[in-house]
Design a protein. Sequence first.
Length: 178
Amino acid sequence: MIAIEDSALLIIDVQGKLAEQMHERSALFDNLAILIQGAKLLEIPIVWVEQLPDKLGTTHKDIIQYLPGKAISKNTFSAWGNDEVRSRIENLNRRNWIVAGIECHVCVYQSVRDLLKMHYKVHVVSDAVSSRQIENKKAGLQGMQEAGACLTSTEMVLFELQQIAEGDAFKQLIKLVK
């Protein structure tokens, strides 16, 4: 089970022209927007990273508008390989990491693998990750699941975190997913 007080969200490399090349990109952008807004609604910390933003561009305009604070720039495929990201993750002291972003088979996969090695519980949001080619997305998801990650979806994880079908947060979640 996943609980709000022990969870955080990691958004990986949803940047510039690369994001535009993703398989089913409009569904990806929609699900990322819902996921991020839902995490903010539930007051779940969000860490977001950009891979070489000076070369790949900054976070896509359809996504950055929902993200709090500023991105952590990295040059490693795995977010865990960056000292600032690793420190932020450790300082948040959350055991459950909800992970979304691109590319599923490279930066998302390597970040998830490293989080699992450090004994974090990882929930990969399968409809909020993508790759340029569907085969690579499938390979990334399979690899992460075989390594021990839980596969979930945007709605599945948000409603699992919410737990009860009442209250203001629940009403706002319903509006987000419709």
